[in-house]
Write a protein that binds this ligand. Structure first.
Ligand SMILES: [Zn+2]
Ligand SMILES: [Zn+2]
Length: 503
């Protein structure tokens, strides 16, 4: 490694320290009015989304509104400097009351809106709708909202299709109780982050030149020859719309009591169609208010930004088919912009109770793209039974089929069990932020210096290959996830066996 002269261009890994000036707050609720929000054509306050267009429509005269975009936030992210924060993304003030009381401008009655669960209420006396549109520092009013554009019927069909493909091993109680009648349209809270960054990556890459085999029979081994290069990539990077959950509950993707990763997995959303917040977009839907602040989300955003930067460079590394081992990964964030958003999700939820274990299973539909992911409760005895049959077939196959690796048949039942378990629970499903977030590279500087030819390598990848691994939801976390799941399998199996014993 020739990294002696790198110290002057690289800085410590913590990339948020570079932005030291106080944040710039952009007021995003300019012109927002609380109280009655009237149709300009007929004066009605009964305004809601037309899901066919995603636009607001007067339910009385059918007048359709042109969506309002948020003004003032940066759109040229490559010019962004310092921290810019939408006023809806500011820190939550702990003692802010959720209850807002209005005097109805039509009849003078007092109308109460509980902003913890809603931003509108109807006046009991004159039936006019009263809205909260001005931001209050309790996390209930975001900067932007992405309106529902998938109807409840379409979402029902998607959920039924998803569950329909997972009926065989589904728990009988679940099969009996499953109905999409009570699915809910929910606006869930997210932070949308844009970044203007400078990236510097230094490491080694290997290009494969020959694959060959030596020895025979049991001793036959694979060897590789490769060209080793010193590799550097330095570039300016724009990241747009990195999306993270901003409710503490949903951030816990490895929870063993709720299948939150399912909701994470239906991203990305078409964020370019976000509009300025207006309470009428929420009519007929529920919303969950944000309960985390930027500082709490920053470590996750920093890690994910680094992963995104590393993956953005992979397009320029195609020659290194044995991978690249970066020894220095540097991301300097020059500008970063945060917006609070409500994004639309259709949710089916099912609480599975098994002994003392309670698991909340979700099937979630992205209410813009129809992307669907879910978790279906498994009938463990049936899955164990069928896996056992598969195992017996595997053992028979091992005895009767002559094949070098026929011992692998011994694993057949176990593999079947875990493949089916994964297909129903989808515990590894997640949003692939590292490749699905919008990026743009400019001012790319490449160094590819041949070091030497290597022969007789036994690994199929370069030692320490890390250009396709992530840290923001890293391998450790995934491993933890799978362990948690195996534990819950183990405890479910234990429960079942105990119940059997008691019968
Ligand atoms: Zn109207
Ligand atoms: Zn009234």
């Amino acid at each position: 490694m020739q990294d002696s002269n790198n110290s002057n261009i690289t800085q410590p890994i913590n990339n948020s320290n570079n932005v030291t000036n106080g944040p710039t707050i952009i007021q995003t609720d300019v012109g927002a009015k609380d109280g009655q929000d009237k149709c300009p054509k007929c004066g009605s306050t009964d305004i809601a989304i037309n899901t066919n267009s995603g636009k607001l429509r007067c339910n009385f005269c059918r007048h359709e509104f042109e969506p309002q975009k948020v003004v003032g936030m940066a759109t040229d992210i490559n010019q962004l400097q310092g921290q810019v924060i939408g006023s809806g993304a500011q820190d939550i003030v702990a003692d802010t009351k959720d209850i807002v009381t209005f005097k109805c401008s039509s009849c003078g009655a007092e109308v109460v809106v509980d902003t913890a669960s809603s931003t509108q209420a109807r006046c009991h006396w004159c039936r006019n709708t009263l809205s909260v549109n001005q931001q209050i520092p309790n996390g209930s009013i975001p900067d932007v909202v992405l309106p529902f554009s998938i109807s409840k019927d379409v979402a029902k069909t998607e959920i039924e299709k998803f569950v329909g493909k997972r009926k065989f091993f589904a728990h009988p109680k679940f099969r009996q109780e499953f109905t999409t009648e009570n699915i809910m349209g929910v606006y869930l809270p997210y932070m949308l982050v844009d970044a203007n960054a400078h990236v510097n990556l230094v490491g080694n890459g290997e290009h494969l030149t020959r694959t060959y085999y030596l020895g025979s029979g049991e001793n036959r081994k694979t060897y590789y020859d490769a060209d080793l290069y010193h590799v550097e990539r330095e570039f300016d990077l724009v990241i747009q719309g990195l999306t993270v959950e901003s409710s503490a509950d949903k951030l816990n993707n490895s929870s063993s009591s709720a299948t939150n990763n399912v909701i994470n997995a239906i991203m990305p959303f078409d964020l370019e169609n976000c509009v300025k917040f207006n309470a009428n977009y929420l009519k007929g839907y529920t919303s969950e208010k944000r309960d985390t602040n930027i500082d709490q989300l920053r470590p996750l955003v920093d890690k994910q930004s680094k992963d995104i930067a590393k993956f953005a460079a992979n397009d320029t590394l195609k020659n290194y088919d044995r991978g690249v081992a970066w020894s220095n990964e540097q991301l300097d964030v020059k500008g970063q912009q945060w917006k609070a958003a409500y994004l639309p999700v259709w949710l089916y939820s099912y609480l599975q109770v098994s002994g003392e274990n309670k698991v909340l299973h979700y099937v979630a539909v992205n209410a813009r793209t129809k992307e669907t992911m879910g978790s279906v409760p498994i009938h463990i005895p049936k899955l164990l039974g069928i896996s056992f049959l598969v195992e017996i077939l595997g053992v028979l196959a091992m005895l009767f089929i002559n094949f070098d690796y026929n011992w692998a048949f011994l694993l057949a039942g176990f593999i079947y069990f875990f493949v089916m378990f994964a297909r129903y629970r989808n515990s590894n499903a997640r949003h692939k932020y590292e490749t699905e977030t919008k990026t743009n590279i400019t001012n790319l500087r490449k160094i590819d210096n041949f070091i030497k030819t290597e022969t007789g390598l036994t690994n199929s990848k370069i030692n320490g290959a890390n250009n396709t691994s992530i840290s923001g939801q890293g391998l450790g976390n995934q491993l933890l996830n799978s362990l948690v799941d195996q534990n819950s399998v183990a405890s479910l199996v234990r429960d079942v066996t105990n119940q059997k014993g008691g019968e």
